[in-house]
Design a protein around this ligand. Structure first.
Ligand code: F6P
Ligand code: MG
Length: 450
């Protein structure tokens, strides 16, 4: 594993309140204990279920998990040192090595602690410690503490999901005959729907309901001024230029990878985009990348991915269920696949992927376009550094470029690059919370060949 290196510019954003500024919902420092309190509450509320499933041993496991999580909350709130993981899971050793290297680097007398360490690191570490508390307590060790919120977000977005599926199935009937200019138009719309789907994550609201009620397609024009960087045209060109002459003379499109973010409404927007890309001949294959453990409250796991498709199939709405059936057959035929990798649930910046997860890097190199969804992926793409906002995306990626890539992200954290001179200053003057409110967004593209 490579060391968390020193930034060429700026410093990693830390949890200390002084650099955080105001936040639309809760300050970063408040948000983590609030999330932990909700996790504890969720486990406690499921006590009877554990008893019904496992008897007394389930109740003992519930108590013990809560005690570990309460200890964790106390460590966080009182700025205790960050301690090694003890659960012996596959990735524990690499987390512990990362901690050791951090300790060396920071040369803190009293070790790496919650407030003094980079925010990206401690935030990831908190979610990994939640998993440790669950994992150490069989038989409840496969309990997803965030499952309720994720399924609730899906159900509360039903109207918007119906609108999207109805639109999609209408398009599918005609995509073969659509002239290119209309295809481009639909592509732009569905890319933006997937972008704004990222507004609906639960970690920004500390797990409180944050779903999509209105039809997202109708709000796109209104939202456009909030897209600070819009490289959608480059994304379109990447798809078009990935087409290769096929055996029958018809061009064969390329492979698109989507590094997923949140379950619930956002995942549906990603599946709708993926469906459109395949059915319109803009992609021949889609690989979805998700998390191997419950992560950042609402992130997609394999279970969420399958559940969402099943649930959409079973919907009592013609176009939703037809969409679900279509998605299931894409999965069955291997046109769509889902994979996870421990790298996605580590604190590493993506420029470390070549050394820390070379197999994953090699997989992404086979793609013609990698879409990175969401804020956390953006923070990892740019190393969560305090960059000048005018620094180019390419520079901030610091060599990470397995394939042409694009970030689809609503802004929820104090990092942004690739803006025009003066743009950040104007935004700060009118909207002091522009970087963290989730109101603004970027579609930011970079190709290793450009
Ligand atoms: O702002 C809170 C936060 O948890 C950030 O730490 C994180 O970057 C973001 O929310 C998660 O957002 P997303 O789901 O878009 O990655
Ligand atoms: Mg997320």
């Amino acid at each position: 594993m490579s060391a968390p290196d020193q930034p060429p510019q700026g410093v990693p954003v830390s949890l200390s309140a002084s650099v955080v500024g105001s936040f639309a919902y809760l300050t970063i420092r408040d948000r983590l204990p609030t999330i932990l309190t909700k996790v504890i509450d969720t486990i406690h509320r499921n006590k009877n279920t554990f008893f019904e499933e496992y008897g007394e041993v389930g109740v003992q496991a519930e108590k013990s998990a809560i005690s570990l999580l309460s200890k964790l909350r106390n460590e966080l709130q009182t700025d205790k040192p960050v301690i090694p993981l003890t659960d012996g899971l596959e990735d524990a050793e690499s987390w512990n090595q990362y901690l050791e290297r951090h300790q060396h680097l920071l040369e803190e007398e009293d070790g790496v602690s919650w407030f003094k360490s980079p925010w990206l690191y401690v935030e990831c570490y908190m979610y990994r410690r939640i998993q440790e508390a669950i994992w150490l307590n069989p038989p409840i060790n496969d309990f997803d503490v965030f499952n309720e919120g994720k399924t609730q977000s899906y159900f509360e977005s039903q109207q918007a999901i119906m609108a999207l599926c109805t639109n999609l199935r209408g398009l599918n009937k005609s995509t073969e005959e659509l002239p290119e200019n209309q295809l481009v138009e639909h592509f732009h719309k569905l890319l933006k729907v997937s972008l704004w789907g990222n507004k609906c994550d639960l970690s920004i609201s500390a797990g409180q309901e944050n779903s999509q009620k209105a039809s997202p397609l109708e709000s796109l024009a209104e939202l456009q001024p909030y897209v600070l960087v819009d490289d959608s045209d480059s994304v379109w060109l990447a798809l078009i230029s990935a087409r290769r002459p096929g055996p029958s003379g018809k061009p064969t499109p390329g492979r698109v990878d989507i590094v997923l973010d949140n379950a619930g409404f956002e995942l549906v927007t990603d599946l709708v985009l993926a469906d459109f890309l395949v059915s319109s001949g803009l992609a021949r294959e889609i690989r979805f990348h998700g998390k191997s453990i419950p992560w950042f409250v609402s992130d997609v796991t394999a279970n969420d991915f399958q559940w969402t498709i099943r649930q959409t199939m079973a919907a009592n709405h013609k176009w939703m269920s037809k969409s679900g059936v279509q998605w299931q057959s894409y999965v069955r035929e291997g046109v769509w696949s889902y994979q996870d990798h421990p790298f996605w649930t580590q604190p590493h910046e993506f420029c470390d992927m070549t050394s820390d997860a070379p197999d994953l890097y090699a997989t992404l190199q086979g793609s013609d376009l990698v879409l990175f969804k969401g804020d956390l992926n953006y923070r990892k793409l740019t190393g969560d550094r305090d960059w000048e906002p005018t620094v180019s995306f390419d520079v901030a990626l610091r060599g990470f470029g397995p394939a042409p890539l694009c970030s689809l992200r609503t802004l929820k954290a104090n990092v942004q690059v690739g803006l025009q001179a003066g743009q950040a200053e104007k935004l700060s003057a009118c909207h002091p919370d522009w970087m963290t409110s989730g109101k603004y967004a970027v579609v930011q593209y970079c190709s290793p060949n450009s």
